[in-house]
Write a protein that binds this ligand. Sequence first.
Ligand SMILES: [Zn+2]
Length: 105
Amino acid sequence: MAHYPFSERRDLLVLTCTHVLEGCDITLVCHHFDDNTWEFLCDGSHSEDDAIVLSIGELCEMDPSLHLVCDLPVGAAASRQSRAHAWQFGRIEGEDFYPAAAARM
Ligand SMILES: [Zn+2]
């Protein structure tokens, strides 16, 4: 079995978009403070019709570079221009954040 880096359960369901299934790079990962949910999105525009739910384990198999964002604290986001670029880490605007988590970013 491939290395699975997330501390979340491998079968944890997360929000992603149909574009990612079609091969688009994931360029934005958010770990929301309020409800502890994860979002993995491409840089396209999104409506409710584009939203799908996959397990975090399935996404890691599709894109092993996601292991670099596996310890994203709640209230934080990681973004990049494409799969070839490095992740940039920051807070999610308008959400709470545990100050102690900043040391992990
Ligand atoms: Zn998308």
